[in-house]
Design a protein around this ligand. Sequence first.
Ligand code: 3HC
Length: 694
Amino acid sequence: MSDKKVSVEFVEDVALICIDNPPVNASGVAVRQGLVAALSEIKEAGRTKAIGLYCAGRTFVAGADITEFGKPPLEPLLPDVCNNLEDFETPIVAVIHGTAMGGGLETAMGCHARVAVPTAKVGLPEVLLGVLPGAGGTQRAPRLSGIPNALDLILSGRHVPAKEALEMGLIDRIEEGSIREVALAAARNVILGKLPTRRTCDLVTPRDDAALEAAMAMVQKKHPHLISPQKCVEAVAASVGDFKQGLATERAAFMACLPSAQSKGLIHAFFGERAVANIPEKKAQARDVAVVGVIGGGTMGSGIATSALMAGLSVTLIEVTQEALDRGVATISANLDGAVKRGKMSDAKRDAALGRLTASTDMMTLADADLVIEAVFEKMEIKKDIFAKLDGICKEGAILASNTSYLDINEIAAVTKRPADVLGLHFFSPAHIMKLLEVVVGTQTAPEVVATGFALAKTMRKVAVRAGVCDGFIGNRILGHYLKAASYLVLDGAHPYQVDNALERFGFAMGPHRVGDLAGLDIGYMTRKRLAPSRPTEERYGGAIADQLSENGWNGRKTGKGYYVYDGRETHENPDLNVILDAERTKAGGAPRAFSDDDIVDRYMTAMISEAARVVEDGIALRPVDVDVVFLMGYGFPRFRGGPLHYADTIGAAALVERIESYAKEDAHYWQVPALLQQMAESGRTFADMNKGR
Ligand code: 3HC
């Protein structure tokens, strides 16, 4: 077998160029060199009248090879390859299947015509990686499809189905058939004059200043933190005019984005979401899951049931009373209606999903379930009772999962005769929307049971992260720690609104007080009560202000009042908050002081990083990247910062240790240097180093 990434096949007066670079035909240096060599070979052969360019395997080129980003560029560069294709004297038709993304679509747009199979999708998702189309995409897409379509494509990064791409003018035709045959027929049609060809660079972008202005205003409002969306608009604007100058503008914008910390953060997030699937149990055979039992029809249970139904699974929902069961079914039904409204499923699919739902107050109906997820109140005694019952009811080989957010899976497993079949599946609310699933592995959980948890996540289109057992697992354990830092900041004088605003400016979708109001302040209140007996005497208590809000019945959004006041869709300041702040600060005894926004962010992030480092050190997370993905997918962490431990590397372990030591002068119990961070500061090792090869 040849190890060539690009081959040429001559069929009479047609040449077929085939790119074969699994898994996704990314255009790394070997592909780029191969394309240039293929053009030379065809030129030398001299008899070709039309060329079909297609890919082997599952997809057309999925983009530039992202692993080459940040390394010294290797020639030929992709923009030059696209120009070479466009300049070539013999017409070239690109034939697309799978996903032609980024540099892939740019390669196709450099050709003289484009044909796609009906299932193909195209897109320019570079903005999601903190860059912009850098191989002519910002110049060729507006020439082919107009400025509004090009802006939509480039700013959203969405995958556009073939039919829509045809309407947009990005492709010329949709043809069915095996990809090589379609390529051959397309090239023959070019020769017969049945498929017109032209150079994209010769087209003129119709002016549309209004669309450009609107897009610039939108990105400045929606993505104030990000560099690349603005650069995208600037580059598209340059497509009105000279093509070569436009390419130069695009190149300069691309090179401005590529080395940015934002792009590095977004690329870390891209690879991170895939890296978390690399678990010790990845070779184990997942068990088949067709019927899922869900115990509990509250918000969480209904969300999980909705997610399973949307994934095509059958669900048996269990509640204690008929009334609660009816409420659960109504919530599921409303969730599915919402999915229809958001365009996530058709009416027919919603009806079919509801048809796969069985609701019962009798746990015996779970006898046939392949996997049961318990999602009831967070009380160990209740969970143990349920698991003991399930153990007696469920068939052999059925997996028993708890959706607990922090309780000990080993203790739950111990009440069953099948601890190897027990694990934690920690969903995030709303479970039919949030993409994170923590798969909590107990000491006795069997490898195939872990693999089944990961397979279930994939079926539900979620990202699974493997977590060990401890109070709160990865996410909630770290959250519990840094929320204390936020509460100390407020007790010591920072206003909750200042804390929220500072962190929102840093990039969080919502500051911790807004999140608290949204989740319900009673949740934190109950957790603090639960943990009170085990709270070390040296620990400073930071919960007094939040306790007072809850004791007043102000539990956040659902009660209309919390840190903020809610009036329909509007949020206002709570006029009674300052009285509580003053009273609790006086009780705490310290003199309130001012904190700068930077100081707030530094303390909050250092607290988060400290506990994240301990979670890695304790083996609760397999690698630093697992922590990053949990926070990106489940806790609104700004994606462009790559996650807490990716961000930690940008500060450096030595600087973090220094910060902790200085904060420790105020509170030596809370601010302790994690051993791992200390070792890293001494050895120069980074979290990125720990991600490698694991
Ligand atoms: N470069 C390098 N590796 C890539 C890659 C790329 N562009 N795209 C995907 N991969 C890798 C993945 O990391 C994964 O590796 P792993 O198996 O070791 O984890 C493997 O290919 C398979 O990828 P997926 O698991 O994501 O496969 P799917 O079938 O689920 O999805 C896809 C396929 C939709 C193409 C998806 O991989 C994707 O969205 N890729 C990125 C597309 C993209 O962003 N393209 C633009 C790149 S930047 C660019 O082109 C710049 C240019 O303008 C100059």
